[in-house]
Structure formats: structure tokens, C-alpha cells
Design a protein around this ligand. Structure first.
Ligand SMILES: [Zn+2]
Length: 470
């Protein structure tokens, strides 16, 4: 009989949702981890027979799943919570708008926001996020996420060269923002691919991709250049499209035909294209989208919070059912917490008459998210060879009881900050629900200082509808 092989760590006594090709669930499972990667997963008896390790974690029968992926997070918005409530995109308010806030962010503010987001995400079982080219200082974000041990993919800031259609969403543009990140083709063409150096470290947790701001702000030339750059580098091209229905209609008018027809002709859609929002899909575009292989990121809160369901019920559960890779994103966590997207998707799909089951939502949060990030070869499931990004849920919280149906329990009920132990890239970055890497109290304090500093910088009044006593 062969002697057990050595690995670095074994997780045992686990209810493992592998998300492998067959979606195998191990009721009494174990996982062997070596270095950054998963060496084996299977029934506990089989894994323990073949592997031994100096360190063992007893999951106590709790749910263990691949780290979730937030496929769309403007991470620097984490600290503007409260200052910009509701739908700010249509503008009309007095004083600085949300775009002015963005334009005033310094690297120290982006670092503080990314640190806050990282701690919050891990507690919700999210181990990876995609920052879609809205951080002005990607190095500051990388510094914070690496400190906390969170995986992310970054892109160059605000690649746009035509803001003509943004009159549909005036609250997302300001003179200050246009000055900081000029809508200028030369600037964009020079920056394109500037974050791809991060992919040189094949074992790292900070990746790079190509992103356009999108939503009608890119010329055909910029669209083609971005797609070519992503194609050459073997990464995804990420872009907003269809966040705002009026803007989508304006794009159709400008192009004189359905948007996806135009984008297909430009050669912009394909398996390495990730489009975010997609709140408007015409009947004649469905087949084009399905056959292109592009990945869709649904941001349920952004869809719901702007009254979009009343004007154009989502078709994304239908697209998933018909075989499109669909992921979930938070967009900005101004009005929600990380980890709410799956719960919202479950119920918004039901409201739109296209019910999703919890298993479908789990696929969006793992395999779909990995596709959206272009990282499907290394994350998204617990399988040998993939990176060890693994979440162990608590067994002490009522939200995860009685635990008869793990997928449903996790998505519909226990979707909050119920992670107990989290591993990213083979390292334990959270234990007993707390970061092993950073001082969480200091992270929260720094976020508060940043928010106060930003309020002073912009002359924003303390938020809240009610008078504050001294
Ligand atoms: Zn967005």
C-alpha cells in the first residue's frame, strides 16, 4: 500500500460544494492543499488515506465552498456610504455630485476604501473581486488587497473618449472628473494594457485586465483597440453596457441599429468579453449574445435600485438558463453590503418571472465570476490544480441552520457575514470570522478618517435626515 503523500494542509469534516463539472457535493469531505493550490478533494476517508499534513482544519461539518467572486466592484466607493444615497446617476441635487467625490479621492482614500472592502468581502465568503477600471491609483488598491490577502483584477482608470451620451446619466459626470481623467483617445490608447504587468507573477493574487468605462463612452476606434489589446494578452475586455435604459436607447440611435449588432460587427464581442449590467436586451440580440460566448455580469442592486424592473424586467436569468456565462456583481457597495448580490438575484429573478434556484446563483458567484474575471482556469471551483481559494462557513450561526440543503441555506438565508475561515491562494487570511492579516479596528477607523477628510475636501454636510444633537 502506498504511503500517504505530504501536503501543507488538510481541511476535513467538511460539507464540500466543489462546483466541479458534475457539481459534486461531498457530505463528509476533505481537501488537501499544497502551496497555492488544491492537491485533492473527495470523501474524507479517501483524502486522508492518500494525504497527510502537519496542519489540519476541522470544518466541523460546516459548508465549504470555492471563494465567491464579486465580478464588478467599484472598490473606492466603499467609503462614500451615506453621502450619496439612492440613485445619484440622474443628477439634479445641489452641491458636489458623486462624480465630484470620485475626482477628489487620493491614494490614501482608495487604500482605505479597498482595505474596508477586503475585510468585509472575506467575512461574506468573497475571495476575489474585479475592479472595472475606476480606481485612479491601482497600486493603492493592490497594496490594500494584498495586505488583507484578497485576490483581485485591476484595470487602467477611466478609459473613455466620448462623453456625449452621458447627458442621460449626468450625476456620473462632473467637470472635476473630466479634468482628472480626460475623455481623450490618446490618453486612453497610451494607458491601454497598463495593468497587465500584474499577470507576470503567475502565483500572485493581483491580476490585470483591460477595461473600458463603456456605456456609450468609447469610440469605435477605442473599442477595437481595447479588444485587440485584451486578445493579445489573453485577458478579458470588461465594459459597462446597459446600466441606464435611456443611455442604451441613445446608443441605439447613434449606431442606427441594436447595440450588439454594432458591437459584433466591430469584433468586440466574444468569449473574452465581459459586459456588465445588460439591463436591456432586445429579442433580436439574444442569439447574437448567446452565440458570441460573452460573459454577462448582473448587478442586481444597481438594476433594482433605479426602478429598472418596472421598465425592462431583467432577462439575465433567462440568458443563464440558455447557456450564457452569467456572473454577479455589487457595482458600488454604497447601499448594500458585499455578499448581498446572490440573495437579491434569487428574488429579483422570481419577481421577473424567471425563477433561479440557489444552485444557479451559486454557479454565478463561482464559475460565472471566474469567467467574468478571465480566471476560470485558476479559480471558481474546488478541483485539483486550481488555486486554494476556499471558504469555510461557520457552524455556530443560526442563519446556517438547520443546514439540510446547503445551497439554499447559503444563498437564501446564510448569505451574510457567516464565513468562519477563509483561505486565499493557499494562505489562511481569515480565522474565527476575523482577518489574520490586518487589524480590522484600524481598517474601519482609517475608513472613517478618509470619509471625514473627503467631506471636508468637498464641503459635504454630515448626512442623515434627522437633526443631530451635539
Ligand atoms: Zn459599474
Amino acid at each position: 500500500m502506498a504511503a500517504p503523500r505530504n501536503c501543507d494542509l488538510i481541511i476535513r469534516n467538511a460539507l464540500v460544494l466543489t462546483m466541479d463539472g458534475r457539481r459534486t457535493v461531498h457530505s463528509a469531505g476533505a481537501i488537501a492543499v499544497t502551496g497555492h493550490s488544491i492537491a485533492a478533494v473527495g470523501p474524507e476517508a479517501v483524502v486522508l488515506h492518500s494525504w497527510q499534513a502537519a496542519q489540519t482544519i476541522d470544518a466541523k461539518g460546516g459548508i465549504v465552498h470555492p471563494g465567491f467572486i464579486d465580478a464588478h466592484l467599484h472598490v473606492n466607493a466603499q467609503t462614500c456610504r451615506g453621502f450619496f444615497r439612492g440613485d445619484t446617476s440622474k443628477g439634479g441635487g445641489v452641491g458636489p455630485n458623486y462624480a465630484d467625490w470620485k475626482a477628489a479621492l487620493g491614494p490614501e482614500d482608495e487604500r482605505a476604501a479597498a482595505a474596508l472592502a477586503s475585510v468585509e468581502m472575506l467575512r461574506h465568503g468573497i475571495t476575489t473581486f474585479v475592479e472595472p477600471g475606476s480606481a485612479f491609483d491601482p497600486d493603492a488598491v493592490a497594496e490594500a488587497t494584498q495586505s488583507a490577502g484578497v485576490r483581485c483584477s485591476l484595470a487602467d482608470p477611466y478609459l473613455w473618449d466620448d462623453t456625449g451620451l452621458m447627458s442621460a446619466i449626468p450625476g456620473l459626470l462632473s467637470d472635476s472628473l473630466a479634468k482628472r481623467v480626460q475623455p481623450d483617445r490618446d490618453r486612453c490608447l497610451k494607458l491601454l494594457g497598463g495593468q497587465l504587468f500584474r499577470n507576470r507573477d503567475k502565483d500572485g493574487i493581483t491580476h490585470g485586465h483591460v477595461a473600458l468605462y463603456g456605456e456609450g463612452t468609447a469610440s469605435d476606434e477605442l473599442l477595437r483597440a481595447a479588444k485587440a489589446c485584451a486578445h493579445r494578452a489573453g485577458v478579458v475586455l470588461n465594459s459597462h453596457i446597459g446600466y441606464d435604459l435611456d443611455l442604451a436607447a441613445a446608443m441605439e440611435k447613434r449606431w442606427g441599429r441594436p447595440r450588439f449588432e454594432h458591437l459584433a460587427e466591430l469584433g468586440v464581442i466574444g468569449p473574452n468579453t465581459t459586459f456588465v449590467h445588460m439591463n436591456l436586451i432586445r429579442d433580436e440580440e439574444v442569439q447574437l449574445i448567446l452565440s458570441s460566448g460573452l460573459t454577462i455580469v448582473w448587478c442586481p442592486l444597481a438594476y433594482m435600485s433605479r426602478g429598472t424592473p418596472l421598465r425592462a424586467p431583467t432577462r439575465l436569468p433567462e440568458m443563464k438558463m440558455r447557456g450564457a456565462p452569467v456572473a454577479l456583481g455589487t457595482d458600488s457597495a454604497r447601499q448594500c453590503s458585499s455578499g448581498d448580490a446572490g440573495f437579491l438575484a434569487l428574488h429579483l429573478a422570481a419577481e421577473a418571472g424567471q425563477p433561479l434556484v440557489s444552485e444557479g446563483v451559486l454557479e454565478m458567484l463561482t464559475l460565472g465570476g471566474a469567467h467574468a474575471a478571465g480566471l476560470q482556469n485558476i479559480i471558481g471551483s474546488i478541483e485539483p490544480g486550481k488555486r486554494a481559494d476556499i471558504v469555510m462557513r461557520s457552524t455556530r450561526l443560526a442563519e446556517l441552520g438547520p443546514g439540510i440543503d446547503p445551497a439554499h441555506q447559503l444563498i437564501a438565508v446564510g448569505h451574510g457575514p457567516t464565513a468562519d475561515t477563509v483561505m486565499v491562494n493557499g494562505h489562511i487570511v481569515m480565522r474565527d470570522g476575523h482577518s489574520t492579516r490586518v487589524d480590522e479596528t484600524a481598517v474601519i477607523a482609517a475608513a472613517r478618517v478618509s470619509a471625514q477628510r473627503m467631506a471636508e475636501r468637498l464641503g459635504l454636510k454630515p448626512p442623515g435626515a434627522w437633526p443631530r444633537a451635539a
